[in-house]
Design a protein around this ligand. Structure first.
Ligand code: PRE
Length: 286
């Protein structure tokens, strides 16, 4: 199977792919939309992209593309621990404190704000397409006194030195990645155990903007004892104050409870799309 992931090699997304699909071929793409498009164009069978980080929240570009641009069903989810390190070119290993720019993915920079504020005051942060893209840039530009925020695998892959380990601001740093595909996926011979199942719905409230609409939506889940693990709002992009709700239910699609909740929401005037019903996996901390 061919798997598109946010590249280049050694991003956190690449690590998630290697753990969940060790025997398949990972193909790096430069951006998250490129990964989704690769599935739409049948260049690959599936793609793996980041969806949410425990410190920084949703990866909005993934959510927005899934909602507005390319409706690909979620086939699986994988959560990985995230350890950010400050990497420098080996030429600058001993005087890394004189770095003049720090490159990384915006989410990774955000996960290290406290470290950057206290230890790297005044040094410009440059946002690039991924943590590994930052590491590659630092490798290829030794004349620049630049550092990258990236993982250990990227340090190895691009021959960089770890100047400062574990610079993420909170120890509990995890990212959820989703596996998207147009065709059914066989996931029963994966090396990781299934940790549970989820169903993700996208709910649009009725246009009449009546009071208590969200309360009614939540009630449809509450009295059926459907446990929600996440509710997130994203703009519909049709006007200020217009939002979709992305709701994760902590169980797979059944024949009674979730269809019943959906029918109730539709009777209330909401529209509901099922974004996927899928198993989730967890990479354990090493
Ligand atoms: O840049 C990477 O290494 C990625 O895989 C992207 C990404 C993200 O978009 O959140 C994934 C995990 C980390 O939270 C930081 C960056």
């Amino acid at each position: 199977m061919k798997i598109a992931f946010l590249g280049p090699r050694a991003t956190f997304t690449d690590i998630a792919v290697r753990e969940l699909f060790p025997n398949d071929e990972g193909i790096p793409y430069i951006t998250i939309p490129d990964c989704l498009e690769a599935v739409m164009k049948d260049e690959v069978d599936v793609c793996v992209v980041p969806l949410e980080n425990a410190l920084e929240g949703s990866v909005n570009i993934t959510l927005d593309y899934l909602i507005h641009e390319m409706k690909l069903p979620i086939m699986a989810e994988i959560t990985a621990p995230i350890k950010q390190h400050l990497l420098v070119h080996p030429n600058h290993q001993d005087d890394w404190e004189n770095i003049e720019a720090i490159y990384s993915h915006s989410h990774a920079i955000a996960q290290c704000h406290k470290f950057l504020h206290h230890k790297c005051k005044g040094i410009p942060r440059v946002s690039v397409t991924s943590t590994a893209a930052a590491a590659k840039y630092v490798r290829e530009n030794p004349q620049e006194r630049a550092a990258a925020i990236a993982n250990e695998l990227a340090a190895k892959e691009y021959g960089l030195a770890i100047a400062k380990e574990n610079i993420h601001d909170f120890d509990f740093n995890h990212t959820r990645f989703v596996v998207l595909a147009n065709k059914p996926l066989k996931l029963d011979d994966q090396p990781l155990e299934v940790a549970g199942n989820k169903t993700t719905l996208m709910v649009t409230l009725p246009a009449d903007d009546r009071s208590g609409a969200l309360h009614q939506v939540l009630s449809a889940f509450a009295w059926r004892k459907l446990n929600l693990s996440k509710i997130e709002s994203r703009p519909t992009k049709t006007g200020l104050g217009n939002y979709f709700f992305i709701i994760d239910i902590e169980m797979s699609m059944d024949e009674v409870l979730i269809p019943g909740a959906i029918a109730e929401l539709e009777a209330l005037g909401c529209s509901v799309d099922v974004l996927g019903s899928y198993p989730y996996f967890q990479i354990k901390k090493k």
